[in-house]
Structure formats: C-alpha cells, structure tokens
Design a protein around this ligand. Structure first.
Ligand code: SAM
Length: 227
C-alpha cells in the first residue's frame, strides 16, 4: 500500500516542525511542494535530501499523472505547502480527491503541525469552543456578503488577509460593526510578530496609519462573554 503524507510545516519559525514531520520528509521517495525554493530552505536546515517536485492546485494534468504514476509504482509521497497545513487555504484537497478517485487504495495520512488559523485562534482570548474559519475575503464578487457574515456571526470568525488589503478590510468591517471585538495577528512565530486586540474601531485606528507588511490572521467576535 502506498501512502501520501500530508505534512504540516512551520508558519515562520523553522523550529516549529515535528519530529515525525522530519522523519517522514526524510523517508519518502518524493516531496510535492508549492515552491521548491521555500521548501528547500526547510530541508536544508534539517539536512534532508529528498527530491522536490512543485505542485499547485492548477498544476497541469500531466503533473497529476506523474504523481499518480509514482504512487502506482509503490512509492510514498509527502505533500507540503509553503507554510502551515496543506489543504487549509492551500493546495491539497484537489490532489487528494483525484488520487482517491484513481488509486483508492492509497493511504492518505496526516502529519499534523502548525496552521496559522489555529495559532491565531489559540492566542486570541476570544471564545473558540466553536468558531468559523472563512479563508481569504473575496476581492470583489460577494465581498460585502462575506464581511456581513463575519459581523453577524454568533461564533468567533477567523480569516486570512493579505497586507495589501488589510486596511481596506478593517475599514469596511469597522463601518459594519465598530464595537465588535477583534484580534489582529501579524507574522506569528516570526521576528516581527505583533498582536493587536480591541474593538474593530480601536484596532483599525492603530493600523490605519501604518504601511502593513507581512502575513495576517484576523479574529472577530460580536458577542464576547458567550462561548
Ligand atoms: N495552509 C496555511 C496554514 O495552515 O496556516 C495557510 C496558507 S494561506 C495561503 C497563507 C495565509 O496564512 C497568509 O496570507 C496569512 O493570512 C496566513 N499566515 C500564514 N503564516 C502566517 C503567520 N506566520 N502569521 C500570520 N498569518 C499567517
């Protein structure tokens, strides 16, 4: 039986890798990654020499056939993304679907570890017994609906945002619900990690004058005090 390991990798700090992830990455026949330059840094750090092949959700059918042939030959593969857990706003799901459709006996095994959504939720101090994860807000179509669903949610909502759009998104959220609680997590586990907590209008005020850089996860809660 062949195995595709879905391996979580650090979201910044290269020390955030599990012993099992290192063992698996060093032991498989091939590692599928988004960007070979990014994953090479991690592999070099831990002296892992496994061959890398780039894979993303829009990879050509030829690439998928190449991966399927590898599995048919009885080889084991690992899938990683640039950072965090594959399949969480990252490539993975489509490949797993295709593999299971064509080689259903393949074992799909999780090698869990960091994910920005969980890291942010865990330090938020907001209710997270139940929460929604909404990925990235859309740029145009259905954007308004997306933002409204954040401020109308009865559970905490976690979402990702790029540095180019964070101010615009915070501004629009502030107009919808200035008093909702918000935690803005930037560059988690990295040198310039920053966490801002307050109402949406307070956090917007802090960030509006800055030129945002880095990676962001945002958490909003409209009913603090409830689970
Ligand atoms: N699969 C990844 C995971 O499990 O964390 C997420 C991939 S998604 C394409 C990338 C987004 O995750 C970034 O744009 C940012 O919103 C968030 N992110 C990743 N690393 C982060 C970090 N160190 N600090 C804050 N946000 C981060």
């Amino acid at each position: 039986m062949t195995t595709l390991y879905i391996v979580a990798t650090p979201i910044g700090n290269l020390k955030d890798i599990t012993l099992r992830a290192l063992e698996v990455l060093g032991g498989v026949d091939l590692i599928l990654c988004e960007d070979t330059r990014v994953t090479s840094k991690l592999l070099n750090r831990y002296q892992i020499n496994t061959q890398l092949v780039s894979y993303h959700q829009h990879s050509k059918i030829r690439k998928v056939d190449y991966i399927l042939n590898f599995l048919r030959q009885g080889k084991n593969l690992a899938l990683v993304s640039d950072a965090g857990t594959p399949g969480i706003s990252d490539p993975g799901n489509q490949l797993i679907k295709e593999i299971l459709a064509k080689i259903p006996q393949t074992e799909i095994t999780a090698v869990p570890g960091p994910s920005a959504v969980i890291a942010a939720a865990s330090i938020s101090g907001l209710p997270t017994d139940r929460f929604f994860f909404m990925g990235f807000p859309p740029a145009k179509k259905r954007r308004k609906k997306f933002l409204e669903s954040i401020v109308n949610s009865k559970y905490s909502v976690v979402f990702y945002e790029s540095p180019h759009r964070i101010i615009k998104t915070l501004k629009e959220l502030k107009e919808l619900s200035p008093k909702s609680e918000m935690v803005v997590c930037r560059e988690l586990t990295k040198k310039f990690e920053t966490v801002h907590r307050g109402t949406i209008e307070e956090t917007f005020k802090i960030l509006e004058g800055q030129k945002p850089r880095g990676e962001f996860v945002i958490i909003v809660n409209n009913k603090v005090g409830q689970k």
